[in-house]
Design a protein around this ligand. Structure first.
Ligand SMILES: [Zn+2]
Ligand SMILES: [Zn+2]
Length: 112
């Protein structure tokens, strides 16, 4: 339903959570692990693919344009589900989601 590769970047002019340079999240990538209901993953971190290192808020000092991916202790890089903030600000998606995809993602997410 969702595009195989999906990015999201906070479209607001001064994103509250971007403590440094713009941060783009890799929501999905064809090379990432697709989580299933059987997965029992408990330990997650984030890595910055632009600068090839762990990302913890403002801890990546690699320079502008961070590309952040979810890193599962068990599976490595893993697809994430669009969260409420992304679904509230769908302008941030690349490629843009069409209405059908957005409605579907919001329903799956129990979005109010
Ligand atoms: Zn970085
Ligand atoms: Zn996992």
């Amino acid at each position: 339903m969702l595009p195989p590769r999906l990015l999201w970047c906070d479209p607001r002019p001064i994103p509250r959570d971007n403590l440094q340079e713009p941060v783009t999240l890799v929501v999905r990538d064809p090379g990432f692990h697709e989580p299933t209901d059987e997965d029992d993953c408990t330990s997650f971190g984030y890595v910055c693919q632009s600068h090839d290192g762990p990302y913890r808020g403002d801890a990546c000092r690699g320079g502008p344009s961070h590309l952040i991916a979810l890193d599962c202790a068990e599976h490595g890089l893993e697809n994430m589900w669009p969260d409420g903030r992304m679904l509230m600000l769908p302008d941030g998606f690349t490629p843009p989601l069409n209405d059908e995809q957005l409605v579907w993602a919001r329903a799956e997410n129990d979005f109010p």
